[in-house]
Each structure stands twice: as C-alpha cells, then as structure tokens.
Design a protein around this ligand. Sequence first.
Ligand code: DC
Length: 222
Amino acid sequence: MVRVITIDGPSGSGKGTITQQVAEATGWRILDSGAIYRVLGLMADRAGISVDHVGKLSKMAEMMPLSFDGERVLLDGEDVTDAIRTETAGYAASKVAAVPQVRTALLQWQRNYAQAPGLVADGRDMGTVVFPAAEVKIFLTASAEERARRRYKQLKDKGLSVNLARLTTEIQERDERDRNRSVAPLAASETALELDSTEMTIDEVVEKVMEKVRFTFSDLNV
Ligand code: DC
C-alpha cells in the first residue's frame, strides 16, 4: 500500500515549503495539486474558454497533457512553471477549481500519482476527498494578513511589483471562494492535525509534522 501524507490549507499557509521539506525527509514524491488547477486555468485562458463551458473544461481536464519534472511543471512538454505562478493564473485556477465536473475529471489523475513508497500531497481537499484514507493528514492555516505578507515577500524577491493591500484582499476573496464552493471546499478533515503557522517558523511546523509522521509510520527512520 502506498503511504500518503496530506497537507491541506489556504494559499500562503506555507503548504508548499512544508510539503517539500517533508518530502525531502521521507524521500517520497510530491503531488502539488494546486499546480494542476493552475495549468488547467492557464489552458482555459489561452483557449478563451470560460468557466461556463463546463463540457469543454472537463474534456480538457480529462486529457490534460501534464507532467512534473522535479520542480518543473510541463504542459505538453512546455515548461509552464513560472507562467502558472502569477496572480492571474492563481485566479484562473480558483475559478476552474470551483467546477464540480472538473474536480471529478482530475480525481483519478491525482490518485494514480500515488506510487510506492509514499506520497506527500499538497492542496485543499487532499485529506477530505482525494486521499480520504491517508494515514497522516495536516491542515495548515495562518492569518490572512500573515499569508499576504509572505506572498508579498515571495513576489518582491522575484522582482515583481506588488501591492500588499490588494494582495490581502485577493487572498481573502480566494479563501472565500475555496471555502464556499459546493464541491470539495477547503476544510480540515476530521482526522487532520490542525496547525496555525502564523507565529511559527518553518522549522517548527516541519518538526510538528515530522513528529506525527514518525509516530504513525514507526518503521520509518526519519
Ligand atoms: O495551492 P495553489 O495556490 O497553487 O492553488 C491554486 C488554486 O487551485 C486555489 O485557488 C485553489 C485551487 N485548488 C483546489 O481547489 N484544490 C486543490 N487540491 C488545490 C488547489
């Protein structure tokens, strides 16, 4: 059986960084499910397909020529790693992610991605919908202000011009949409360990997650 660790939470909660470090510690593969929705958002944007075109969107989702090469995200061989990280792509992702048929179309793709010995899956519904039987489930949060500050710093470091107030509003709006959509809304699984990272360092969060991993998979030497 493939062992799965799910790390869910809103954007900017630190999921990506924590997922990477946990994957390094365990040696397991990462599923960045947000990247899948971002790629689909990009494809829809490029093709001029709106979220109302449910049929076309789910077809696209079913046949998505997506692959991961280490940290690079490839769409039909094209490196779209940077293109999917923009705020516009994030917005497009959140729109397509709210379409139930799209989520269904992507379910199997995500489950197939889990291969032995284990997977660290990062997203919004990894513990609730995609891998409900995962043995370790984490739900990571942080205040909207703190998450906006982190995102601001990330974008600034990349040399992009950003506005903190606008970023905070965008994060709050996206949270709203992700939490209130009818299918697979952003929510903690009942069995998830909830961690609020607002006042925690990355190392502290990783240590908390690893404590749970060691306890659950006691044969792992990590
Ligand atoms: O984690 P992220 O910011 O890359 O995700 C981009 C968008 O995709 C986000 O608005 C929510 C959506 N998403 C989702 O609905 N389900 C997931 N498992 C992952 C992301």
